[in-house]
Design a binder for this molecule. Structure first.
Ligand code: ASP
Length: 606
């Protein structure tokens, strides 16, 4: 047997046993007569003592260095009183070596494996196999495994079956750009890597499976942010004969269950609150609100109607909105801090930021109690009523953004800047003031999304979620009108702590309605035929009512691992510019290989 035990598993109950261990030298301390090696393997660390009396083992230990691979045989003994390490699960014992062997040497790693120091991300990604040896990453990978295992068991217990769907799939407009794979057999034709298994899972419902899931890799060629990767994993699921509530309840049970199994120390309040899209936009300015703290948006458009203050007046006159947030205790912010907030608001697309600091309760405030560059313009009465509207207390700071507001905005070229700016300010301030409890996962469901959203760049309506989402039955008639922005859909999201975790919907399951949506979206008959004919056809062969959802596994794991970047929970992630720094991908290929797939490269653009 190569090894009898894992280092990290040994306990006092193993005292007296002879064990053979194999792993990596985490740390080595040479005290002359006595050498200590902290030996690490996939399950943790144990201290090995090698006294000079054990000549063979001692000679080997003298030669070993950090990250060498060694095998050690010895006896488990209790550590001397006073030398126990209560930070290590194995801290009460040690292994006294009787034989040792070096199985491989190691160069000095480019960063410390045995410390949780901040290491340059580029270096971490280049040497990911070393980065993954670090405790934090090993822990995250274990959490990932536990989460996915829990999901598989949970769904299996509820009669779901896991079905694999193709990775070489059909190109389809799902919102993002497709990763394309050229076909050798059909010159000029392409597969697309799936943005999600959406069509296949719906076809599995037509096939009669009723409950499907898959831990599915999805591919989207978009510009990346902290919570995006070109390839990512979804828990993709679909059910027949269900309503929205069935799916939301399933998600609530799943996410509280994962918490209880994997991180019982975290607080996961249930039932998960449900907000309509409209309510969430009104109160938080976003469809992925962080509900762990207040600081909700308030609308003062009506309250300031009639003011001559030009910033507000022009917003009101142009049909825009004026909204604000109230920062508890913010009156104490320095000039510099206020300037930074203003700068941030500008970067977020706001024209400027109006600030009012209340050093007394608004109703009792005199001019001396107010610190605001707009005191003169608005007058004390207006400042007081804004304070009351904001529910400001003595010591609070009110931040106001004026501009084109309201959601969704369908006029070509117009943008909703007020809400995104206040949303970002609210998040930033919560972080600065530590308002959100990091040990709480506050999930929420967002419902009643609009079916369509206006694409100002291309001057057309797009499906908010995707083209297979059904409209609310009571809104179907609105499909005939021109206010497509008011058609609500059976699309829902699950969010947590300000992240969107996943989207889903009750689908269209009749050919007529599906065709009607394609018409409303002005898809040409040719496009529809080429891209969706199989769906339209399938709906004619007894398609059951069905719906589903697809939460992101990476985001889910990041929540339970308390990581803010999904790259920390992906073994081999790509950089924000979609590169793999370890293998170098993407890489050029020989012209011969391109010839095979009928590709001629265009000259490089500068
Ligand atoms: N396919 C959808 C997505 O990837 C999820 C769903 O509707 O089930 O967002």
């Amino acid at each position: 047997m190569f090894k009898t035990d894992y280092c990290g598993d040994l306990r006092v109950s193993d005292e007296g046993r002879e064990v053979t261990l194999a792993g990596w030298v985490n740390r080595r301390r040479d005290q002359g007569g006595l050498i200590f090696i902290d030996l690490r393997d996939s399950r943790g660390l144990v201290q090995v003592v090698i006294p000079s009396e054990e000549a063979q083992a001692h000679a080997v230990a003298s030669e070993a260095r950090g990250e060498y691979v060694v095998r050690i045989t010895g006896k488990v003994q209790r550590r001397r009183a006073g030398t126990e390490n209560d930070k290590l699960p194995t801290g009460e014992i040690e292994v006294r070596a009787t034989a040792a062997e070096i199985m491989n040497s190691a160069k000095t790693p480019p960063f410390y494996i045995n410390e949780d120091a901040d290491v340059d991300e580029q270096l971490r990604l280049k040497y990911r196999y070393l980065d993954l040896r670090r405790e934090r990453m090993t822990r995250n990978m274990v959490i990932r495994h536990q989460v996915v295992k829990y999901i598989r068991d949970f769904l299996t217990d509820r009669n779901f079956i896991e079905v694999e769907t193709p990775v070489l799939a059909n190109p389809s407009p799902e919102g993002a750009r497709d990763y394309l794979v050229p076909s050798r057999n059909y010159p000029g034709n392409f597969y697309a890597l799936p943005q999600s298994p959406q069509q296949f899972k719906q076809l599995l419902m037509v096939a009669g499976f009723e409950r499907y899931f898959q831990i599915a890799r999805c591919y989207r060629d978009e510009d990346l942010r902290a919570d995006r990767q070109p390839e990512f994993t979804q828990l993709d699921l679909e059910m027949s004969f269900v309503e929205q509530d069935d799916i939301l309840q399933l998600m609530e049970d799943l996410y509280t269950g994962i918490g209880a199994a994997v991180r019982p120390d975290l607080s996961i309040p249930a039932p998960f609150p449900r907000l309509t899209y409209a309510e969430s936009m009104r109160r938080f300015g976003t469809d992925k609100p962080d509900l762990r703290f207040g600081m909700e948006l308030f609308d003062l458009t009506n309250a300031v109607r009639g003011t001559e203050f030009i910033v507000f007046k022009s917003a009101v006159d142009s049909g825009g909105a004026i909204e604000g947030i109230c920062v508890t205790g913010g009156a104490a912010f320095s000039r510099k801090e206020i300037d930074a907030l203003t700068e941030q608001a500008k970067q977020l697309g706001a024209k400027g930021l109006v600030t009012i600091a209340y050093n007394a309760a608004p109703e009792a405030a005199t001019e001396d109690d107010i610190k605001s560059p707009v005191l003169k313009h608005l007058g004390l009465d207006m400042i007081r009523s804004i304070g009351k509207l904001a529910d400001a207390k003595a010591g609070d700071l009110v931040l106001i953004v004026a501009g084109v507001g309201g959601v969704p905005v369908k006029e070509p070229g117009s943008v909703t800047r007020v809400k995104p700016a206040l949303d970002a300010l609210r998040r930033g301030l919560a972080e600065k003031l530590e308002l959100a409890d990091p040990n709480t996962l506050l999930f929420a469901f967002l419902v009643d999304f609009p079916l369509f959203e206006w694409n100002a760049d291309e001057e057309r309506w797009d499906a908010t979620h995707h083209v297979f989402t059904s409209p609310k039955p009571e809104d179907i008639d609105l499909l005939n009108g021109d206010d497509l922005g008011s058609v609500r859909s059976n699309h829902y999201d699950i969010t947590c702590n300000g992240w969107e975790i996943g989207s889903g919907s009750i689908r269209i399951h009749t050919r007529e309605l599906q065709q009607r949506i394609f018409d409303v979206l002005k898809f040409s008959d040719e496009d529809t035929k080429m891209m969706f004919n199989h769906m339209l056809e399938a709906f004619q062969y007894g398609a059951p009512p069905h719906g589903g959802i697809a939460p992101g596994i990476d985001r889910t794991v990041a929540l339970y691992a308390q990581e803010s970047d999904i790259r920390e929970v992906i073994a081999f992630p790509k950089t924000k510019s979609a590169q793999d720094l370890m293998t170098g991908a993407p890489l050029p290929v020989e012209q011969r290989a391109l010839d095979d797939v009928w590709i001629q490269l265009a000259p490089k653009k500068d």
